[in-house]
Design a protein around this ligand. Sequence first.
Ligand SMILES: *Cc1c(COP(=O)(O)O)cnc(C)c1O
Length: 448
Amino acid sequence: MSMNEKLALFGGEPAVQTDDQEMFRWPIITGDDEAAALDVLRKGSMSGTDVTLQFENEFAAWLKLDYALAFNTGTAAIHAAMYGCGIGVGDEIICPSLTYWASALQVFSLGGTPVFADVEADTLNIDPADIEHRITERTKAIIVVHYIGYPADMDRIMEIARRHNLRVIEDVSHAQGGLYKGRKLGTIGDVGAMSLMTGKSFAIGEGGILVTGDRSIYERAVAFGHYERFGANIVSAELKPLAGLPLGGYKYRMHQISSAVGRVQLKHYERRIAEIDKAMNYFWDQLEDVPGIRAHRPPGGSGCTMGGWYSPHGFYISEQLEGLSITRFCEALQAEGAAGCYPGCNLPLHLHPVFHEADIYRHGQPTRIANSARDVRLEAGSLDVTENVIVRVFAIPWFKHYRTDIIDEYVRAFRKVTANYKELLAQDAGNPARMGQWNLSAPVADRR
Ligand SMILES: *Cc1c(COP(=O)(O)O)cnc(C)c1O
């Protein structure tokens, strides 16, 4: 194909011609998932725990950990992980601001507060070099998010945590099945917790799961959200006398249609994400030499992988295309048929009013102040990488199958747009004042 071919934005033929929704459909649901869900409905065991216990055992065995505890959302699983780590009134947790709110916001209800750290420009994960100076005597834990699938620098983070006697909670919502130096994500910190909701790469419907090798974290998590299991099996002398009622008043049990589907999904998961990994790496391999864009993936041979490539993004390097805005760049890609390409990712949590002025529990002052011995609020300009990432990253197609004929069409779209970028400069209106969202789903207007 001639790279001088007319851009679709200006009336040329779009590079992507095949509209095969099977390439993007997720999760993959077969007759086995349907039968498992129907079985739960027909037995009327939606609120039971028999299927969920089996799912937990299989999930724990998959990760080679002693304990897995299922929840009705990832939000709940992370909440319980915080409680499991003993986080309480006045405590601080250090976490990235570039993430979904449920990595951190629940800590308010335990009487604690998040302290936000910046992320690394090339991985988008919490920057180990920005953690230590934020640690005080109130710091209890570091929350690590393997952001959009990229494994965080666990060796450096664990070293800091051990030196300061902090717990490490891995939020694996974006990276189930991913590896850090050959080790499964979620098994390296003290506890892993994650969403399994439908939009994620391990997708079973609303649901979440906590995994740990630490009996005391597991028991506290049971006591927090699973009153019906908070009984004779608890060995902790502190918890035992309180058995029967949930500590804090939450009921977080997983719906058994979710756990039934989860059992089926788990059987196929490694094979399915291996195909995604092959497809996504093939896509980026074709684009290595293209100016203006760069893959967000760990270097080959590092033993680190992207798991199921949840919500994959690429970096945009505007300087290499004479300052062409990412907005204009994505418009051109969309016109070529790459509908899922739009700018930005999560907005920075540290700038949201909930972390500045909201008085959620009627303390008579902002919760962020009431829950902390000091003012940990951060103004605009505090976290450089996080605040500027919105014009540096864009969503790319999330291929579920290794179909090189179709992937090649998308590769062609990217090559065509970058090769003809000069034509886009003329009518480039720049980026709008507001970009990105609080979650990672496609902006409503662009949703396919
Ligand atoms: C989705 C998500 C959660 C929350 O999970 P839910 O199942 O939606 O409650 C937590 N952390 C991150 C990083 C997420 O993307």
